[in-house]
Design a protein around this ligand. Structure first.
Ligand SMILES: *[C@@H]1O[C@H](CO)[C@@H](O)[C@H](O)[C@H]1NC(C)=O
Ligand SMILES: *[C@@H]1O[C@H](CO)[C@@H](O)[C@H](O)[C@H]1NC(C)=O
Ligand SMILES: *[C@@H]1O[C@H](CO)[C@@H](O)[C@H](O)[C@H]1NC(C)=O
Ligand SMILES: *[C@@H]1O[C@H](CO)[C@@H](O)[C@H](O)[C@H]1NC(C)=O
Ligand SMILES: *[C@@H]1O[C@H](CO)[C@@H](O)[C@H](O)[C@H]1NC(C)=O
Ligand SMILES: *[C@@H]1O[C@H](CO)[C@@H](O)[C@H](O)[C@H]1NC(C)=O
Ligand SMILES: *[C@@H]1O[C@H](CO)[C@@H](O)[C@H](O)[C@H]1NC(C)=O
Ligand SMILES: *[C@@H]1O[C@H](CO)[C@@H](O)[C@H](O)[C@H]1NC(C)=O
Length: 892
């Protein structure tokens, strides 16, 4: 398309010569000064009240005070409690800065805060600019009249979120209580987070500590404006009759010049989609803006023939093609341009009638996709650290490498950073995006609803260009809490009315204006489209015949596949385990803490009865070693907790995958999604995560790679001892005559006991104690096309497991690293007997190609992918090896 091409080159010349003159940005990130009253730190002693400290923006009070040695390491020992006084204080952040004459020449200057946590009054040169009260909002202040030549002072005075929440609760309870009144005592948390618009998990959760943070957690900048300021550019992309229709909307603020009553601003707008280096599709528009209106939206449309671009695909289905779209707005005094990145993909949530109930599955580019993934909690309990590139990249890559195609950004955290969604776009990780409401009732004051309305509008506009986001969801478990009376709301009508007010009348309706290119579900778990028929409350949201389900059971044996629901979509399910002892070691103050009954162990477990549940679940399948060496016992216990989690999750996930193409006699099944709880951690504690706080993969994460593989061979043992074998394929082609494309098929069924009696393992009893069945699926040439799988015919605590002597040799470091810039190492393992759950661990950063595996052969080679520089010798001496026989044998 030659004309577009030419236009583009003209534009670039223009931009490069003009942009620096007409639009300037001054960052106010970096070094600030802070002040906090420290009398509450040690109330009994004299204190000189206010203490100054060096602050960082983006930042937060807990990280700042630690860097200034005013408080101890927040994540060490019980410091979540020792440092709690911090969250009760008022804090002042100050920045002194200069601006140039040239900068001040602009008609208007705005101050932009991308995120303030949470309650602050903002002053420039002692003039109050405004107040903030919602952590999820961007705030823009017009500072034209208050900014000076030379020295300026920006001051942000924060009030304690704990105190504000308490005040709001006390005010509200004059009318009626909006529960929960507080979190369970095991959380060591703060109360009333539901009254404020702040990361709900920052007042504690069952997997995390309370750090009621305060700070400027995202960027701050000054922007000089002449005619217009572009706040956002969004795209709505739809496919109609073989063309992609892109509706581009430019959200502007116009500047009215001081002397004139109203101004008309002529704008020339050009949008260019860059297809290849020399192929573009563009459109232009001329509009006259009425500057007496502050906020103005302009639309421009681009028609893109479907065959001119490549589709964006989820991980496992094709490439993640992404395209840049540049929009330039030119006025008499401005040339502004913004580049965004988009992808072309269609998303549909299919809820059509089945024999009973409705289906619930995602169709991307017309392909039904079995959703495989996990739930993402904030990457740090300190919001300012939640967008650290190495952390986010590691977590999302760990999702991609284990065949995940979706993460659910859970409603108790934050709307994540641009980096997070950019990487999700690049890795093909679809995002189920909750709005930030979780496990609570919420107040309905006008100010609260107004704030929420602005929050959803801003965040949807900020995020909707990302092709990775495929569904919006109103809240986490709030319908379930109401239905199940979790917080004593009983049959009171007011809570049901409030629920509908917030999630249906406000959120759902707003979403109909903000984004109709994606589906919206009111709650997770929920009954999807069925909810409308009963006005969204009053029916069990966990119905297997509709929508999504969350399933947890800590009473039954996690290895018993018959307990798991046959559901349309399981969006949460999980089991706890302890993180690596190396990770725990970064949190303990005393070696005595490494004891199964230590105060540290109790302190870190927030789930009521969590430690008892975990022990009982392990005891279904293993004996827990007890000796005179408590550290070794603790290490064995951690190991067993990880095995139990890994195998339970494997079996549960396989159940969901087995029922992909079948329904049972009561119409349950056609399962099309498995998102386990949870991917990551915020501290060193027992939790449901598969990756711990230090980024280490637990055994579960190694297992995820197998049980989410595109093709699996898997078994189902019924209560009556009937063993069925399934082959499940997410591939869109047929590989052998027993893998059908995109289907789960039951290939055979037989009585397990009869089978064991026949295979020559002796009597049935001895066969059960001494045989593990191996499932392998090969193609005609004999190559494996699915990960090896196992059937444990009896609890392993009853098995005769020989004592294995496993030796390990780290071989070479000539291998170029495949997953990082560092070397890969070959590790050769030898054993004299079969060995179960062979587990390698090291404090050198990196991961193994596989781990937690069984050895039925004498030799096995695996790879260690290093994430830091190391040597053969260091690695050899730093790897610890465990297997099941070994943890018991140590004591005999
Ligand atoms: C605070 O910053 C100043 C100026 O950069 C520096 O001299 C001082 O050492 C810092 N104080 C602390 C406690 O880091
Ligand atoms: C912080 O304030 C809350 C609410 O007023 C109060 O319950 C708590 O005891 C205070 N905590 C500390 C450590 O001062
Ligand atoms: C822009 O498009 C949206 C969606 O079609 C429409 O609601 C809105 O009125 C349009 N705005 C203008 C200024 O044309
Ligand atoms: C440019 O915009 C006009 C007006 O909306 C539209 O009719 C036309 O199809 C657009 N052209 C392209 C190439 O998108
Ligand atoms: C749902 O609400 C509508 C409108 O308020 C009402 O007409 C209808 O009877 C309600 N349905 C149920 C099942 O409560
Ligand atoms: C545990 O007991 C064994 C045998 O009685 C003894 O050799 C060993 O030193 C003891 N270990 C510890 C840590 O006390
Ligand atoms: C499929 O398997 C059956 C039985 O094992 C075999 O007889 C048949 O030839 C196979 N078909 C194909 C197309 O490979
Ligand atoms: C384990 O195997 C290694 C290497 O084969 C051998 O040197 C060692 O003596 C064995 N250890 C035991 C306890 O059998």
């Amino acid at each position: 398309m030659p004309p577009a091409e030419m236009k583009f080159f003209i534009l670039t010349l223009w931009i490069s010569s003009l942009i620096s003159i007409h639009c300037q940005i001054i960052t106010l990130n970096g070094a600030w000064r802070g002040t906090i009253n420290i009398c509450d730190k040690k109330p009994s002693e004299d204190c000189n009240n206010d203490m100054n400290f060096n602050a960082t923006v983006p930042g937060g009070i807990y990280t700042d005070l630690y860097k200034n040695n005013i408080i101890e390491d927040n994540l060490l020992g019980r410091n979540d409690i020792n440092n709690r006084w911090v969250g009760n204080q008022s804090v002042i952040y100050v920045k002194n800065f200069k601006v140039s004459d040239n900068f001040l020449k602009a008609r208007k200057i705005v101050l932009v805060f991308d995120g303030i946590d949470t309650f602050a009054n903002i002053y420039l040169n002692n003039h109050m600019l405004g107040e903030t009260s919602n952590m999820f909002l961007r705030y823009i202040f017009d500072v034209t009249d208050f900014i000076k030549k030379k020295q300026n002072q920006l001051k942000v005075i924060f009030r304690s979120a704990v105190k504000v929440a308490e005040d709001l609760y006390n005010e509200q309870k004059n009318y009626y209580v909006v529960p929960p009144v507080c979190v369970p005592k095991e959380y060591n948390g703060q109360c009333h987070i539901n009254h404020i618009r702040k990361m709900q998990a920052s007042f504690s959760w069952d997997w995390g500590p309370a750090f009621p943070s305060i700070g400027i957690w995202r960027d701050v900048k000054l922007i000089s404006v002449n005619d217009i300021l572009i706040n956002d550019i969004t795209t709505d992309i739809r496919k109609e009759n073989n063309v992609w229709n892109i509706l581009i909307t430019i959200f502007l603020e116009a500047t009215q010049s001081k002397n004139e009553e109203f101004t008309q601003i002529s704008c020339h707008i050009a949008s260019i989609l860059h297809i290849t280096q020399n192929k573009f599709i563009s459109n232009i528009s001329e509009v006259v803006l009425d500057a007496s209106k502050k906020y103005i939206n302009i639309n421009i449309s681009l028609i893109v023939p479907a065959d001119a671009v490549e589709n964006w695909w989820p991980n496992g289905y094709g490439k993640q093609h992404l395209y840049y779209l540049t929009t330039t707005v030119t006025t008499a005094n401005d040339v502004l341009f913004k580049r965004i990145r988009i992808g072309f993909r269609m998303v549909q949530l299919i809820e059509t009638s089945l024999k009973k109930g409705l289906s619930f599955f995602f169709r991307i580019n017309d392909i039904p996709i079995f959703i495989k993934g996990s739930n993402f909690i904030p990457a740090s309990i300190f919001p300012e650290l939640g967008a650290k590139e190495d952390t986010i990249r590691h977590l999302l890559l760990s999702a991609k490498e284990t065949h995940m195609n979706m993460l659910r950004v859970w409603g108790g955290g934050v709307y994540e950073s641009k980096l997070f969604y950019d990487l999700a776009d690049e890795y093909g990780i679809m995002i189920w995006q909750d709005f930030m409401f979780a496990c609570a009732m919420y107040p309905m004051s006008d100010s609260f609803l107004k704030s929420v309305k602005e929050e959803i509008s801003q965040n949807v506009i900020r995020l909707k260009n990302h092709p990775s986001i495929v569904v919006w969801a109103g809240n986490n478990e709030n319908e379930a809490a109401l239905y199940g009376n979790w917080y004593g709301t009983g049959s009171a009508q007011v809570y049901r009315e409030d629920y509908v007010k917030l999630y249906v009348n406000l959120l759902k309706r707003e979403m109909e204006k903000l984004d109709l290119t994606r589906p919206f579900v009111v709650s997770s778990p929920g009954n999807g489209a069925f909810e409308k028929t009963y006005n969204y409350t009053g029916v069990n949201p966990y119905l297997n015949l509709y929508g999504d389900v969350h399933y947890y059971n800590y009473i039954r044996n996690g290895w018993d596949i018959t307990q798991y629901p046959q559901t349309r979509f399981c969006s949460e399910y999980g089991f706890q385990s302890w993180p690596s002892i190396y990770t725990i070691a970064t949190a303990i103050e005393n070696i005595k803490d490494l004891h199964i009954d230590s105060d540290f162990v109790k302190h870190r477990q927030h789930q009521p009865l969590g430690n008892q549940y975990m022990l009982q679940l392990i005891l279904y399948n293993f004996v827990v070693p007890q000796s005179n060496d408590s550290i070794r016992d603790f290490a064995s216990y951690i190991y067993l907790s990880q095995i139990n989690q890994a195998v339970s999750m494997r079996i549960q996930t396989e159940k969901y995958r087995q029922t992909k193409s079948e329904v049972n006699s009561i119409g349950e099944g056609m399962t099309m999604g498995a998102l386990y709880w949870q991917l990551n951690d915020v501290w060193q504690a027992p939790s449901w995560s598969s990756i711990d706080k230090e980024g280490r993969w637990k055994m579960l994460h190694y297992y995820v790679k197998d049980f989410f593989a595109p093709i699996i061979v898997t078994s189902h043992l019924s209560i009556s001892n009937e063993l069925s074998i399934y082959i499940v394929s997410d591939r869109l082609y047929t590989l052998t005559n027993c893998t059908e494309s995109n289907k789960a098929i039951k290939v055979t069924s037989f009585w397990l006991d009869a089978f064991l009696s026949e295979v020559g393992c002796g009597t049935l009893e001895s066969a059960k104690r001494s045989c593990i069945a191996i499932l392998s699926l090969t193609d005609k040439s004999g190559s494996l096309i699915a990960p090896i799988n196992y059937i444990y015919s009896d609890a392993l605590k009853n098995a005769d497991i020989p004592v294995a002597n496993i030796t390990m040799k780290t071989k070479e470091n000539h291998l170029p690293g495949k997953l990082s810039n560092y070397a890969d190492f070959k590790i050769v393992l030898s054993t004299d007997k079969i060995a179960l759950f062979v587990w390698l661990e090291t404090n050198i950063r990196g991961r193994f190609s596989e781990n937690g595996f069984h050895m039925f052969v004498k030799k096995k080679e695996i790879i260690f992918h290093a994430y830091e520089a190391t040597t053969v010798e260091l690695l050899q001496s730093n790897i610890k090896l465990m297997d099941i026989s070994n943890i018991y044998n140590a004591y005999t």
